[in-house]
Design a protein around this ligand. Structure first.
Ligand SMILES: Nc1ncnc2c1ncn2[C@@H]1O[C@H](COP(=O)(O)OP(=O)(O)O)[C@@H](O)[C@H]1O
Ligand SMILES: [Mg+2]
Length: 236
C-alpha cells in the first residue's frame, strides 16, 4: 500500500473547480514530482493534501482517510508542507523558526539531532542561527523553510517550487540538500517544480498537470525521454 494516495481528487476555490480528478500515489521513501506550467494546479494539489482547500475524491495517508481533514491535523499525522513563498516567520530568529517547526514534538534528543541535521544540510543556516529570518537571502529563507519542515520529523514533505526566484547555483545547492535528505533520512516527498531538470534530480516518477488534470505520468526516465516534456520543460 502506498504511503500517500490521491484518487480522483477535485478541488475548488469557492464555486470554481480547479482540479478535475487527480490521481497520484507516493510510496514510502519515494519522491514523486509534479510538473506543469503556471496555473496548472500544482500548488492546489499540495493544498488539497494539506487540507487547505475544499476537496472531493479521496486522499489517504498511511492507510487513513485524510480527505477534508484540517491542516493542523494533517501536519500532526506526519505531513510537512513547505509552501510556495516559503512562509518563514520574519521577525523570529533562524533558531526560533526551527523550534516552531518542532512544536509538536517532545523528544528533546531527537529535536537536537534534527537541528544538527538541518545545520549540516544547510551550513549557511549555522552561520545565521541568531539572525532574523527577514534578514536572510532568498536562498537562505528557502533553506530555513525546508529545515523547519524537517524539524517536524515528517514521513512526507510537500515541496512547492523550492527553486523559485533563486540563482541557478543556489537552486542547485538547495536540491543537493533535498536529495541528501531523501537518500539519508528516507523521507518521502512530493516535489512541485517548474524546473524539470531539478525535479528529475530527486524524483523517481512524476506527473505533468495541465489545467487541473494529469496530462502525462511515468517514471523519471520515461518522462525525460518524451518529446513533449523535453520541449516544454527541459529546454530541448
Ligand atoms: N486562492 C485562489 N482563489 C481562486 N483561484 C485560485 C486561487 N489560487 C489559485 N487559483 C487558481 O487555481 C488554478 C491553479 O492554481 P495553482 O494551483 O496555484 O497553479 P500552479 O501552482 O500550478 O501555478 C489557477 O487557475 C489559479 O488562478
Ligand atoms: Mg504554484
Amino acid at each position: 500500500m502506498s504511503l500517500l494516495q490521491l484518487e480522483d481528487v477535485t478541488a475548488a476555490y469557492g464555486h470554481s473547480e480547479v482540479l478535475h480528478g487527480i490521481s497520484l500515489s507516493v510510496d514510502d521513501n519515494a519522491a514523486v514530482g509534479i510538473l506543469g506550467a503556471n496555473g496548472a494546479g500544482k500548488t492546489t494539489t499540495l493544498r488539497a493534501i494539506s487540507g487547505m482547500v475544499k476537496v472531493g475524491g479521496r486522499i489517504t495517508f498511511d492507510g487513513r482517510d485524510i480527505t477534508g481533514v484540517r491542516p493542523d491535523r494533517v501536519a500532526s499525522l506526519g505531513i510537512a508542507h513547505v509552501p510556495e513563498g516559503r512562509g518563514t516567520i520574519g521577525d523570529l530568529s533562524v533558531r526560533d523558526n526551527l523550534r516552531v517547526g518542532a512544536y509538536l514534538r517532545k523528544d528533546r534528543t531527537g529535536i537536537a539531532e534534527d537541528l544538527e541535521l538541518c545545520l549540516d544540510l544547510f551550513p549557511n543556516l549555522r552561520q545565521r542561527i541568531g539572525s532574523n529570518a527577514s534578514a536572510l537571502s532568498g536562498g537562505e529563507q528557502q533553506m530555513l523553510a525546508i529545515s523547519r519542515a524537517i524539524m517536524a520529523k515528517p514521513r512526507l514533505i510537500l515541496l512547492d517550487e523550492a527553486s523559485l526566484g533563486l540563482a541557478p547555483s543556489t537552486a542547485q545547492n538547495v536540491y543537493r540538500a533535498i536529495r541528501r535528505l531523501r537518500e539519508e533520512q528516507g523521507v518521502a516527498m512530493v516535489v512541485v517544480e517548474q524546473n524539470a531538470m531539478l525535479a528529475f534530480s530527486v524524483v523517481d516518477s512524476a506527473i505533468v498537470l495541465e489545467t487541473g488534470a494529469v496530462s502525462l505520468a511515468g517514471s523519471r526516465d520515461e518522462l525525460a525521454g518524451m518529446d513533449e516534456v523535453r520541449r516544454a520543460y527541459l529546454g530541448g
